[in-house]
Design a protein around this ligand. Structure first.
Ligand code: ASP
Length: 374
């Protein structure tokens, strides 16, 4: 009799729960058939004409390695957060990408790194900006999310926090690469010829720290023309940021983005990558997004959040929402770049309005693809 009563109670409970429709975010039964990982290695002027077969092969291999590392985690039941962090770390450790090792140089000849991570299940997020000595900024962002009560930490404070949390600290010179340094020199030279260098202070040699200098930079809204902002972007537009979005066996989404920002960026400039809702966003109720491109535009128009909001408020699919924002809205506004966006069903989109975007995906069955050009 008692057993019958208990069974009845159980029946009542399960009926009530299933009447709510979808299981609550993050409480779904593990289901390995839905795991998905999508990555990008930056958008910009990436054309066949400015690529060599060796370079192309190197990018293909590194992007594939990043996909495999994240996939292995998802496959064995790891979380989407673990997958996006590990995937981004692979790209941060490679000199090929503008993140971690291989980051671009600021106007003052430093490497200042930004990163963010977001958990679609809890809405928790962590970000760091303007850091110069943490080998893997994405792990610093994760530490901010999980080991502090804050969302974003910048500069020396963020570095001190990373140190205290036991993250790997490197000399600023670790981030030096010849290719990025050359890009920086070219950018600075262009500044000089365009007569904008004096507006912005004379560039210094690469130094571990430099005092901020007064500047008269004008921020332009709308299409960049011949502004300082445009020049900064022109030099940085060939290569980019890295990012990953993942869906795990438990139906949880996560997003991660890491970058050196834009070549020749001015004092203390922070891009969209570490700004939650601009370059990075994840919400189990909509999608996970990581962006790359001209960060100022992605900040102004809250691009990553806009994509999620369109799905929630307008009922758009992830392809429609990401496509409308990147291929229509940003194009009209003059914001160059792209995004990767993934929903809870494993549907994803990788739209970009630049000439190319390093990108790739891997599905539950292991089917993967890496793409570079349009
Ligand atoms: N979005 C990055 C920034 O503005 C740059 C990039 O994606 O290459 O900092």
């Amino acid at each position: 009799m008692r057993n019958l009563g208990l069974s009845f109670l159980f029946l009542l409970l399960t009926t009530a729960l299933s009447a709510q429709g979808q299981p609550a975010p993050g409480t779904a039964k593990p289901d390995a058939s839905r795991i998905t990982l999508v990555i990008h290695g930056g958008a910009g002027t990436i054309t066949r004409a400015n690529m060599t077969p060796e370079k192309e092969k190197a990018y293909q291999e590194k992007l594939n390695e990043a996909l495999q590392v994240g996939y292995a985690i998802l496959k064995k039941g790891g979380t989407s957060l673990d997958a996006v962090e590990a995937t981004v770390r692979v790209m941060e450790d490679s000199p090929l990408f503008n993140a971690g090792k291989g980051a671009v140089f600021t106007h003052e000849g430093r490497n200042e790194l930004d990163a963010a991570i977001m958990d679609g299940k809890t809405g928790k997020a962590g970000a760091v900006a303007g850091i110069t000595v943490v080998r893997n900024p994405i792990s610093a962002a994760r530490a901010v999310m999980e080991k502090s009560e804050h969302v974003m930490m910048v500069g020396p404070g963020a570095e001190q926090f990373a140190r205290e949390k036991g993250l790997e600290i490197v000399e600023p010179a670790y981030f030096y690469t010849e290719a990025r340094h050359k890009q920086w020199e070219t950018a600075v030279q262009k500044d000089k010829s365009a007569g904008t260098a004096d507006q912005l202070s004379a560039p210094t040699k690469a130094v571990p720290s430099a005092a901020p200098v007064k500047t008269k930079v004008k921020v332009k809204i709308g299409k960049p023309q011949s502004s300082v902002e445009d020049q900064i972007f022109t030099e940085g537009r060939k290569f980019g940021t890295v990012g990953a979005v993942a869906l795990d066996q438990y139906g949880n989404l996560a997003a991660a983005t890491s970058t050196g920002g834009m070549t020749n960026k001015r004092y203390g400039r922070v891009g969209d990558a570490p700004i939650i809702g601009a370059g990075t966003y994840a919400d189990n109720a909509a999608c996970a997004v990581s962006a790359t491109g001209h960060g100022e535009f992605f900040i102004r128009y809250a691009v990553a959040h806009d994509i999620a909001a369109r799905m929630q408020y307008k009922g758009q699919t992830v392809q429609q929402a990401a496509g409308d924002v990147v291929l229509k809205k940003l194009v009209e506004l003059g914001g160059e770049g792209g995004v990767i966006a993934l929903d809870r069903e494993g549907n994803f989109a990788m739209p970009f309005n630049s000439e190319g975007m390093y990108r790739g995906y891997i599905k539950a069955n292991g089917q993967s693809e890496v793409l570079i050009y349009k």
